[in-house]
Design a protein around this ligand. Structure first.
Ligand code: SF4
Ligand code: SF4
Ligand code: SF4
Length: 353
């Protein structure tokens, strides 16, 4: 567990402008940046227009939403390298290819060396900027744990940011690498954590507690199953065997929610709506360090789940289903008998005046 708080005498009470340098140039599809634009709580617009009371000014540099391009866009990275942007949060999206095994080329890069004309690799940018960043955030499962590009048999040696910098690495402000996994990461998880970090850098709040896998515990403390709106169907052994079943659990279709830490079924996807199993899609475990290899094949029931779902269906689940159905039918779906329009009061009320 890692929790970091700024001591009061370290607080930066003066107004700051926090820069967010968001690199989408790992082995990335930019899906996290695209998802982030649909955040609502808070929205990206709330953050960059200063709509959140007390929040320091924030400038977000991200090529998916940037107006500038080419040298103009890249200038912020050089400014950060030279210490002209302080404080800044370095956000990394996409996994990092192992440039020690890149042959004669490179896996990923951003901008180029003006003297040699050669691309500057993403990993080199991290080497240049991470020591100067107030905080480093890995966004999306590719950047946190390697994700899809880091599957077994991949040729790039892809890895997450903690694998690259070290799991115990801390920023100059003493903050461990913050992991916000998901493929893509849930939009509000991203903007909320950026907001918390900016407040923390201004000395106006703590850095949220992180778990052993670098995830904020308040976001990833529950399994998808524990927040799923179909969880009661699992408990009572009511399982779907084909898609399109509204009132059943999806575990037999391959849902991995019981062994996945994710708040998407609780938080929804956009404006509180959606959330994989809530709306009929199996959980494929996209937030997990073991994703994807340890959860494949996706569309088959996991071995452990077979045991517990069998027990739920054929032992206590059947009893629960029958008992609750009878309780509802015989007791709770019927109004109390004292509600009538006869000329008598049968509520049990005793007149005391
Ligand atoms: Fe794309 Fe998913 Fe990787 Fe994000 S985690 S870059 S959405 S593949
Ligand atoms: Fe759990 Fe998945 Fe079933 Fe929801 S659909 S209750 S997450 S197994
Ligand atoms: Fe990924 Fe499962 Fe969470 Fe959906 S519910 S975002 S598939 S971990």
């Amino acid at each position: 567990m890692a929790s970091v708080e700024f001591a009061p005498n370290q607080a930066k009470t003066e107004a700051i402008t926090a820069h967010v340098l968001w690199m989408t140039v790992g082995l990335s599809c930019e899906g996290d940046s695209v998802a982030m634009t649909s955040a609502t709580n808070p929205s990206l617009e709330d953050i960059i227009t200063g709509a959140i009371p007390g929040m320091p000014k924030v400038v977000v540099h991200n090529q998916v939403i940037a107006f500038d391009y080419g040298d103009d866009y890249a200038q912020a990275w050089y400014d950060a390298q030279e210490g002209k942007l302080d404080p800044f949060v370095l956000v990394i999206e996409g996994s990092l290819g192992n440039e020690k095994i890149n042959g004669d080329g490179h896996w990923t890069g951003f901008h180029y060396d003006k003297e040699t004309g050669q691309p500057i690799t993403t990993n080199e940018w991290i080497d240049r900027l991470a020591p100067k960043a107030a905080a480093v955030v890995a966004i999306g499962t590719c950047a946190t744990y390697g994700g899809i590009p880091a599957m077994k048999n991949n040729p790039t040696g892809a890895m997450g940011v903690r694998d690259y910098l070290g799991w115990n690495w801390k920023s100059k402000a003493g903050i461990p690498i913050v992991n916000i996994p998901g493929c893509p990461a849930q939009p509000d998880n991203m903007t909320e954590m950026l907001m918390y970090l900016v407040f923390a850098l201004a000395g106006m709040g703590p850095v949220p507690e992180l778990d052993e896998a670098g995830r904020p515990t308040h976001l990833f403390g529950r399994t998808a199953h524990e927040s799923c709106n179909r969880a009661a169907f699992y408990e009572s052994g009511n399982f779907a065997t084909e898609y399109g079943s509204d009132h059943r659990c999806l575990v037999k279709l391959g849902c991995k929610g019981p062994v996945v830490k994710c708040n998407v079924p609780l938080r929804g996807w956009q404006s509180g709506v959606g959330g994989c199993p809530n709306v009929g899609g199996i959980c494929m475990a996209c937030t997990m360090p073991g994703f994807p290899d340890k959860y494949m094949p996706f569309m088959e029931e996991a071995t452990n789940a077979k045991i517990s779902s069998f027990a739920a269906k054929y032992t206590y689940g059947a009893v629960l289903r029958w008992g609750r159905k009878q309780s509802i039918k015989r007791t709770y779906d019927i109004e109390p008998e004292w509600r009538h329009n006869r000329a008598e009061l049968t509520t049990g009320y005793t007149k005391t005046w």
